[in-house]
Design a binder for this molecule. Structure first.
Ligand code: ADP
Ligand code: MG
Length: 574
């Protein structure tokens, strides 16, 4: 039960629900035996003339009556079983989805980095659906069938243990075949899951890129890729069915061989005179029916195996450790310092022995060619990731020891790409501080120079922004994100290429907004256009993950190093 519990992500309630679903199924499957037993009883009664006695019609009518009553019982049991099973599986599926969503909030950013987003969403939706189906169609029936088979076996053994043995002797053999095929099946299942994910990824890419694909007439090539992924998925799916099918057919055949064994053993015992003819007949009848439920169980096993493979990622997600740390720590000041920090996302080191200090009340600029590690540095400061070596401190406290959510309260980020939600302008600004009053939101918008364009929107602050704010210009989006940062009023501000993609006019507005935002804060400013950082208090120049120069703009320009070279190239370009 415990393994099942982890496998299906059951909570307490889910376990209870599953238990009652199993009992309900068991009742149904036992009640289904009533008509069958009656048939056998009627049959033996009908055969009494063979033994030289007369048929008791009274008995016959009684059995007929019981049979009718049995139908009513079966009806109610099945109805109950149906309801219990679905209540348990859908209830569980809801709670699993919530658990996953809750879990994602506490995971380190590195988790989202390693996994593709389409894979993550597939995790939640597809895996939960898989679990749901297994929960509703397989698990309760499977367990109930196993139990009822054992019960039947025990009853039969009371009649004649030798014949009961003959009925069930092939069961272990058939099970063994399926068990041995597990490895091959698991491997195929793994490939099937992979093929499914690839096809999903490809379709998502196709849909997301449809604009570009059309604009550049890439249709043929991209479509071919999509087509290939689907073909591969189909190929693997057929292989899976084929292999599972072969093993199921084989074990079915073995199991059905039991009928032959029953006949053989029965006839042998009959000729020896140690078996009643009617008992023999009863076993023959039973063995023609008894394998049904067992075969159903056997044919369900592959689905259960598949579930294990398919939900492996979900398990990984649920078991990965959240970043933990202290809250409510006294941190004197808000200086950010890096001491010999090295870091790698995967195998390659992207930062090597980086040391610098970003002081409170100063603007520290990070510059360097793209890919040199600037964004990585800014994200390490806020503990999106943990360093490989060295230490990152905020206000003298190792960020490794701090709870990420607590630490995040000290940071405001303004990125190049602003994420806007499909909600009103006001709600989008309020993200910076969810409990802000309307006045606070307006004030922040005003300081960030948003009010000018917001007033021109059809419904002002109540205008709906649509999918990722598609209706706003780059500069407007950027100012909304600055308004968020104002509202948050965090002591450390990180500007990652905040003005990189703006036209000169918007840049002026955004720059003004930024200048107001960063007053008296610890500022880490990443910029591509070196002109914008020339007046920073401190400039750190990076190349391939190493600091190659440091100093003020004037010092660096005089030094003839990387900064001055890049600067002159950019000025020349203009
Ligand atoms: P910059 O901001 O200076 O352009 P980044 O810090 O974004 O540079 O990237 C530094 C290096 O780390 C690059 O080689 C980049 O490919 C790699 N990198 C950045 N982000 C990730 C990530 N999320 N996962 C893996 N590698 C990354
Ligand atoms: Mg960057």
């Amino acid at each position: 039960m415990n393994r099942l519990k982890t496998m299906l992500f059951l909570d307490e309630q889910g376990e209870k629900n599953l238990r009652s679903a199993i009992i309900a199924c068991l009742l149904t499957s036992l009640s289904l035996m009533i008509p069958f037993s009656i048939t056998i009883l009627v049959f033996t009664e009908a055969l009494t003339p063979l033994a030289g006695e007369t048929i008791s019609w009274q008995k016959m009518w009684l059995m007929f009556g019981i049979g009718l009553a049995a139908f009513v019982v079966i009806f109610f049991f099945s109805k109950n079983d149906y309801r219990k099973t679905y209540v348990s599986s859908y209830g569980n599926s809801e709670s699993t989805r919530l658990q996953v969503a809750e879990k994602m909030r506490s995971l380190p950013m590195s988790f989202f980095n390693a996994k593709d987003l389409s894979e993550l969403s597939s995790n939640i939706m597809a895996d939960c659906t898989n679990i749901e189906q297994v929960m509703s169609n397989i698990v309760p029936q499977l367990i109930a069938n196993v139990i009822s088979s054992v019960i039947v076996c025990a009853i039969l053994a009371v009649f004649d243990w030798r014949m009961a043995l003959a009925v069930f002797i092939m069961l272990p053999v058939a099970t063994l075949v399926l068990f041995l095929s597990r490895k091959a099946q698991n491997r195929l299942f793994g490939r099937h899951v992979e093929a499914r994910l690839n096809a999903e990824k490809q379709s998502q890419e196709y849909l997301e890129g449809i604009k570009v694909i059309r604009a550049c007439s890439l249709g043929g090539d991209k479509f071919r890729k999509l087509d290939e992924e689907f073909t591969e998925q189909r190929r693997v799916a057929i292989r899976v069915e084929l292999v599972s099918g072969v093993f199921i057919a084989l074990s079915t055949m073995l199991l059905r061989g039991g009928i032959g064994i029953v006949t053989f053993v029965g006839v042998t015992l009959l000729t020896k005179g140690s078996l009643d003819f009617l008992v023999f007949l009863m076993f023959l009848l039973i063995s023609s029916r008894i394998y049904g439920p067992i075969l159903t169980v056997l044919s369900m096993l592959p689905d259960l195996l598949y579930l294990r493979v398919a939900t492996q990622r979900l398990h990984e997600l649920m078991e990965s450790k959240p970043m933990a740390g202290d809250t409510e720590v006294f941190m004197p000041g808000n200086t950010v310092s890096f001491e010999n920090v090295s870091f790698s996302y995967h195998d390659d080191e992207v930062l090597k022995e980086v040391s610098f200090i970003a002081r409170e009340g100063e603007v520290t600029a990070l510059v360097g060619p793209s890919g040199s590690g600037k964004s990585t540095i800014s994200q390490l400061a806020a503990r999106f990731w943990d360093t490989t070596r060295g230490s990152v401190k905020v206000g003298g406290t190792e960020v490794k020891t701090l709870d990420p959510e607590y630490l995040m309260k000290k940071f405001a980020f303004v990125f190049q790409n602003v994420i806007l939600f499909n909600d009103t302008v006001e709600a989008n600004i309020r993200i910076g501080k969810p409990d802000a009053s309307e006045e606070e939101v307006r004030a922040a918008a005003k300081t960030a120079r948003c009010d000018e364009f917001i007033e021109k929107l059809p419904d002002g602050y109540q205008t709906m922004l649509g999918e990722n704010g598609a209706t706003l210009s780059g500069g407007e989006r950027q100012r909304i994100s600055i308004a968020r940062a104002f509202l948050k009023d965090a002591p450390i501000v990180i500007l990652d290429e905040a003005t990189a993609s703006l036209d000169p006019e918007s840049e002026v507005y955004v720059q003004q907004a930024i200048n107001r935002l960063v007053a008296d804060k610890t500022v880490l400013m990443i910029a591509h256009r070196l002109r914008t950082v020339l007046h920073a208090d401190h400039i750190v120049v990076l190349e391939k993950g190493r600091i190659v120069e440091e100093g003020t703009g004037e010092e660096l320009l005089a030094g003839n190093g990387l900064f001055s070279r890049l600067y002159h190239i950019q000025q020349g370009g203009i």
